[in-house]
Ligand binder design. Structure first.
Ligand SMILES: *Cc1c(COP(=O)(O)O)cnc(C)c1O
Length: 385
């Protein structure tokens, strides 16, 4: 079908929740996407940090093909090997406790919120300004953004939005607090790394009050920041973390990973999902997790990220650059529109990037991006400013 036909179908049949760019992609390979006319695009968004291993990675494709032909679904009433192997791999890769598998980032945070409430019944959940934790009611209630929340009030009670200040956070956590939930680097908020002092204050406050500290690593995890999990670089270990986005190598899957202390907090019957831990998504995730754990790849993420940030910092129309590894945000000079620039990059230069706000760009290429591709992306960006 032509793009015009797709737009017509969208207008007639798709609930209009998305603002799509006028491009139809039909194929992906590594760091490249191809549209219906065969044009090649440099993908510096990776499906919003989903294709960390690159599009259609051969090993992921092979694992999915083998599993889909053997067994696609049985539900959690029975055992399947991929789910149990993935649970072990995720726990051993991080906090050492137990894993609840689900289907998305929002669902992973829903599980985390239920974990927190089981830990301290009726307890409050402290979240931070500019946070994004997803669109379902619990996750939305944890996302203190007026435009996203207001139309859907009343929200789930018990969420407290706190300024990103160590003293404010220390004051916000009390004996009635069940959890502090935060992103170590706020992704949708505009790639805003949280200060080490803030993370330290969150850890201390939770320890003092017996609350649990939960890191939402849906976007920062799976190698994106140059370590498998971003918390490894913060000096703070959370009590639980959530993953999704890149976890499935392109397939939809999410996970809540606990530390040992919370491993058995959720009990039989407390939570569940029909598709959760399905064999195909888990087979893909097992491979993606192994690929993203490779120390050589992680070292490459750190150096490629530094190269990208340095090159962006040299551009005259960029006033500041922030992020870690290949999760990079850039603030544009006054007068420039980030959505406009992203649109021109896509249509004129075939560079896929994203605007997180009126003046902020976000770049998060597949982790396998080469230095030459980094340089090429920056050259293309420079031409559309
Ligand atoms: C994308 C994202 C989510 C939501 O994930 P979905 O899979 O879209 O539900 C939650 N938290 C963070 C930090 C994210 O980046």
């Amino acid at each position: 079908m032509s793009l015009a036909e797709l737009v017509a179908l969208e207008q007639r049949h798709a609930v209009p929740t998305y603002v799509r760019s006028p491009v139809q992609f039909v194929r992906g390979e590594g760091v490249y996407l191809y549209d219906d006319a065969g044009n090649q695009y440099l993908d510096f968004l990776a499906g919003i940090s989903v294709l960390n291993v690159g599009h259609c990675h051969q090993i992921v494709v092979a694992a999915v093909q083998a599993q889909v032909a053997a067994l696609t679904h049985v539900s959690n009433l029975y055992y399947t090997e991929p789910a149990m192997r993935l649970s072990r791999a995720l726990a051993e890769s991080s906090l050492g406790g137990k894993v609840f598998l689900c289907n998305s980032g929002a669902e992973a945070n829903e599980a985390a919120i239920k974990l927190a409430r089981r830990h301290r019944p009726g307890g409050g959940i402290v979240v931070l300004r500019d946070a994004f934790h997803g669109r379902t009611y619990g996750a939305l209630s944890a996302t203190p953004q007026e435009a996203k929340q207001a139309p859907f009030a009343p929200l789930v009670p018990g969420f407290v939005a706190c300024e990103k200040d160590p003293d404010a956070l220390t004051a916000a956590v009390g004996p009635g607090t069940a959890a502090v939930l935060l992103e170590p680097i706020q992704g949708e908020g505009g790639v805003l790394p949280l200060a080490p002092e803030l993370l330290g204050a969150a850890r201390e406050a939770c320890d003092r009050e017996g609350a649990v500290l939960i890191f939402d690593e849906v976007q920062t995890g799976m190698g994106r920041t140059g370590t498998l999990w971003a918390y490894e670089q913060t000096g703070v270990v959370p009590d639980a973390l959530t993953s999704a986005k890149a976890l499935g190598g392109g397939l939809p899957i999410g996970a809540l990973i606990t530390g040992e202390r919370l491993a058995d907090t959720l009990r039989p019957g407390d939570h569940g999902s029909t598709f959760a831990g399905g064999p195909v998504a888990c087979a893909a995730a097992l491979v993606a997790l192994e690929l993203c754990s490779d120390p050589a790849l992680l070292a490459h993420v750190r150096s490629a990220g530094e190269r990208l940030m340095a090159a962006l910092g040299e551009l005259p129309f960029i006033i500041s650059v922030r992020g870690r590894g290949l999760l990079v945000g850039a603030e544009l000079a006054p007068g420039l529109s980030a959505p406009g620039l992203a649109a021109r990059a896509l249509l004129q230069e075939r560079l896929v990037i994203n605007a997180t706000g009126p003046s902020s760009l976000r770049l998060e290429p597949p982790l396998i991006v080469t230095e030459a591709q980094v340089d090429e992306a920056v050259r293309r960006l420079a031409r559309v400013a």
